[in-house]
Design a protein around this ligand. Structure first.
Ligand code: 5GP
Length: 187
């Protein structure tokens, strides 16, 4: 797996440090607000599990699945809810936990959907923010790192379901994408 990596963009230790800071901020901002965190599957799961262990106030948790990417690395803009949340959010202080905000299309769609369910407040915490790629203006109240326009994997983020288990954020060698695309076209 590691032979497929071109470069490490954010090392493990840096992520750890930043996640700690985000957890501290969330704990302060949501003190006595009993936040309800909604983790977006599957990419944000690693981030979520590290983040909530840095949050030292009462909170609750739910999961939502959205698919916006096929096998390619470009957003199709077509979204599908693959798993809805289990609990109502009316009157709750909801915090969406995302892996990355890229074009902003997914988050904008999610925000509209969740707003219609009348939460008391609705904010987002994303590990990564690719501001340069934004197509729609959408608020991201908390984020770990701003990154350049590169397709990244690791720490929950995948390419064709692989590389989620890498402990750092990295960029794959171009031939890995080519090989995967060639394999995909043959299938
Ligand atoms: P958006 O709708 O903002 O364009 O994209 C959001 C989703 O696209 C993310 O939740 C993530 O699943 C996927 N995505 C966007 N950029 C990247 C990237 O660089 N790497 C990976 N693995 N997924 C990405």
């Amino acid at each position: 797996m590691e032979q497929d990596i071109q470069k490490i963009l954010i090392p493990e230790e840096e992520i750890k440090k930043r996640v700690k800071e985000l957890g501290k901020r969330i704990s302060e901002d949501y003190k006595d607000k009993f936040p309800h965190l909604i983790c977006i599957l599957k990419g944000a799961t690693i981030f979520l599990s590290d983040l909530i262990r840095e949050v030292n106030i009462h909170m609750s948790l739910d999961f939502m699945g959205v698919s916006s990417y096929g096998s390619s690395t470009e957003s199709s803009g077509i979204l599908k809810i693959t798993k809805d949340i289990d609990q109502p959010i009316e009157g709750r202080n909801v915090l969406i936990v995302e892996d990355i905000v890229d074009t902003g299309l997914t988050l904008s769609y999610l925000r509209k959907l969740l707003t219609s369910r009348k939460p008391k407040s609705l904010k987002t915490c994303a590990l990564l923010n690719k501001k340069v790629r934004r197509k729609v203006d959408v608020p991201v109240e908390y984020y770990g790192f701003e990154i350049p326009d590169e397709f990244v994997v690791g720490y929950g983020l995948d390419f064709n379901e692989k590389y989620r288990n890498l402990p750092y954020i990295s960029v794959l060698k171009p031939e890995v994408y080519m090989y995967e695309v060639m394999k995909y076209e043959k299938e």
